[in-house]
Design a protein around this ligand. Structure first.
Ligand code: GUN
Length: 293
């Protein structure tokens, strides 16, 4: 069993980006700039945003964080996004999800200018992805593909089972891996809460991608010998033995699964780190769209 180490792959990607920023600086140009909007006090969202800002600093990007109250109206939030859309020094805008219930997520996603949509959630960008002409690929699916590619894991002709049909992970990763060409050409099955016989379907998979957000959902008896297991889950579970009062659990019962699989991502230290590195890649892409290269 080989551990797919997000720490190593993400660091390599960030080093490449940092080298590009050094090139940009040597030409006396402005550096890429990411703006993150955080609404409310959700602990996990705060951590994600602060890790994204930390990564910006690491690679040499400028970053701005905008904190808005939990009760903010949709109108005020869209006004903030409009200001960032019209600010030519901002390359990427991300609004951390989920949002409070008074706000319609799709309206927010649509209000971000497509050329600054580093999450790749705008319908124009999802449409481009769907039609095989991607501009911004959502960061978690992009991170997964970069991870598979780094470890030379073949996808062509493989049976891939994705568990979860979210717009953030399940749907875009299934589109990416089924596309023709490098890192694609797989045969996809997308499972969800209404799927019958998930255990049996998983057992047939060469690659399992778990993105359900339920700790230990994938058990040892659901994995065929030699399969590749990608764990996208990052759930906080109360744990009094930890300083923070919680530990982070993936969707995969690691101790049962690792003996059977050929490759597996750890949690933490796997897909989560790749998501952040992929976001940096998308921000650099946005910068070149705005500045030319
Ligand atoms: N919430 C969970 N994952 C993501 C992500 O990739 N981007 C944003 N904006 N919010 C998220």
């Amino acid at each position: 069993m080989v551990l797919l180490q997000g720490s190593i792959v993400a660091q390599a990607l960030k080093n490449d980006i940092k080298a590009e920023v050094e090139c940009i600086l040597s030409e006396n140009k402005r550096v890429p700039h990411l703006a993150a909007i955080l609404v409310g006090e959700n602990g996990a969202s705060k951590t994600y945003v602060s890790n994204k800002i930390k990564a910006c600093k690491e690679v040499g990007f400028q970053s701005t964080i905008i904190n808005l109250d939990e009760n903010v109206s949709q109108h005020v939030l869209i006004n903030e996004i409009e200001k960032l859309n019209n600010n030519s020094s901002i390359d990427g805008i991300l609004v951390q999800l989920p949002l409070p219930q008074q706000i319609n997520e799709q309206d927010i996603v649509k209000s971000i200018h497509p050329s600054k949509d580093v999450d790749g959630f705008h319908p124009l960008n999802t449409g481009k992805l769907l039609t095989g002409n991607p501009d911004f690929i959502p960061a978690t699916p992009l991170g997964i593909v970069l991870m598979l590619s780094h470890y030379n894991i073949e996808t062509s002709g493989k049976k891939v089972v994705v568990i979860g049909r979210s717009n953030i992970v399940g749907r875009p990763i299934s589109i990416l891996l089924s596309q023709p060409g490098k890192n694609g050409d797989a045969t996809l099955t997308v499972c969800h809460s209404r799927t019958n016989n998930i255990e049996q379907i998983c057992l047939e998979a060469d690659i399992v991608i778990a993105a359900v957000g339920i700790p230990n959902f994938i058990k040892g008896n659901m994995i065929k010998n030699g399969a590749v297991v990608i764990d996208v889950g990052i759930t906080r579970v109360p744990d009094t033995s930890k300083k923070l009062g919680y530990s982070i659990k993936g969707d995969v019962a690691f101790d049962e699964v690792f003996e059977k699989c050929s490759y597996i991502t750890p949690v933490p230290g796997g897909v989560g780190l790749m998501t952040i590195a992929a976001l940096m890649k998308n921000t650099l892409h946005a910068y070149y769209l705005h500045e030319g290269n």
